[in-house]
Design a protein around this ligand. Structure first.
Ligand code: C2E
Ligand code: MG
Ligand code: MG
Ligand code: MG
Length: 284
């Protein structure tokens, strides 16, 4: 108890001076034990086929239940995990957990559900990140590779090293689909789309937010869909919150949508209930 009080005191008195540096160190240290102590949890957000209204995929999104600070958003700890190198271990956990749930839903639901896992460039750039271990894990579950996909960012493809390229191609050769996350706000190095044989583009939510009012956003979204389809890629719109956005996306031929309109990210059990109910019956 004394230690606890002491820590609180230090935090209080140094807040204005060192808050961010102190915070970062503390969080990095806390993260080291978080995997072992099972403080992470995956939430799952449905991805809906806009044409049929059915849930066809789910994105796995990590949550951290910090013993003292409560729930910490990935936006606040993933960057620190990347800096400290812990992202490789955390990413391995995310993959195994996502695959385990994908296996269960594949057994439970007709047609199964493809679960997509976010990855960080620093994972791909690390020697400790082993694609064969991920693939072996799927085999040990007896889960077909098509039920897993990975999300990468545009930046990873820009000046990708041989090591990065090899890892990406290994996933591809194994039949794991690849999506570009937050498409449109990064480098948009379009030539890489074909070279790496990407499967999906996820239009960044900043384009979707004002779809009903900003003509330019609608024009850009439509241009992305047309280009993607010509290249044989599918398009997922992120951050779909309103019926209007949904209808406009359907009008411009966007394949899938993800966002609060359909569902917020849910804990696995709640996602499963969702799938068994309205999710499978469709949204139309
Ligand atoms: P992301 O991959 O682009 O994930 C989409 C984010 O948008 C999620 O935030 C999701 O909760 C949020 N979102 C979904 N629908 C809506 C909507 O209709 N409106 C709005 N305003 N937001 C919506 P979240 O879960 O906080 O994750 C933030 C970011 O953290 C993710 O962005 C991803 O870049 C990263 N992240 C999450 N989980 C992992 C992980 O396991 N590994 C890695 N490397 N990064 C992760
Ligand atoms: Mg993502
Ligand atoms: Mg995104
Ligand atoms: Mg392809």
């Amino acid at each position: 108890a004394a230690k606890h009080a002491g820590r609180n005191c230090i935090r209080y008195f140094t807040k204005s001076l060192h808050d961010s540096a102190q915070n970062r160190l503390t969080l990095i240290n806390d993260m080291r034990v978080a995997v072992a102590q099972k403080q992470f949890e995956l939430y799952f957000q449905p991805i809906v086929d806009l044409g049929t209204g059915r849930v066809v995929k789910a994105e796995a999104l990590i949550r951290w239940h910090h013993p003292e600070r409560g729930m910490i958003s990935p936006a606040d700890f993933i960057p620190l995990a990347e800096e400290s190198g812990l992202i490789v271990e955390i990413g391995d956990w995310v993959f195994r957990e996502a695959a385990t749930w994908a296996k269960r839903w594949n057994d439970l639901f007709e047609g199964g559900i493809q679960v997509s896992v976010n990855t960080s460039p620093s994972q791909f750039q690390s020697d400790a990140f082993k694609v064969p271990e991920w693939l072996a894990y799927l085999q040990s579950l007896d889960l077909h590779e098509k039920y897993l996909s990975i999300e990468i960012t545009e930046g990873l493809l820009l000046n990708a090293s041989q090591q990065v390229t090899d890892k990406l191609l290994r996933f591809r050769d194994a039949g794991i689909q690849v999506a570009i996350d937050d498409f449109g706000v990064g480098y948009s190095a379009l030539s890489y789309l074909k070279r790496f044989d990407i499967d999906y583009l996820k239009i960044d939510q900043s384009f979707i937010r004002n779809l009903g009012t900003e003509e330019n956003d609608l024009a850009l979204s439509e241009a992305i869909v047309i280009m993607a389809h010509k290249l044989g890629l599918q398009v997922i719109a992120e951050g779909v919150e309103t019926e209007t956005q949904c209808r406009l996306l359907l009008d411009i031929g966007c394949d899938c949508g993800q966002g609060y309109l359909f569902s917020r990210p849910l804990p696995a059990e709640a996602f499963e209930t969702f799938l068994g109910g309205a999710g499978k019956a469709g949204f139309k």
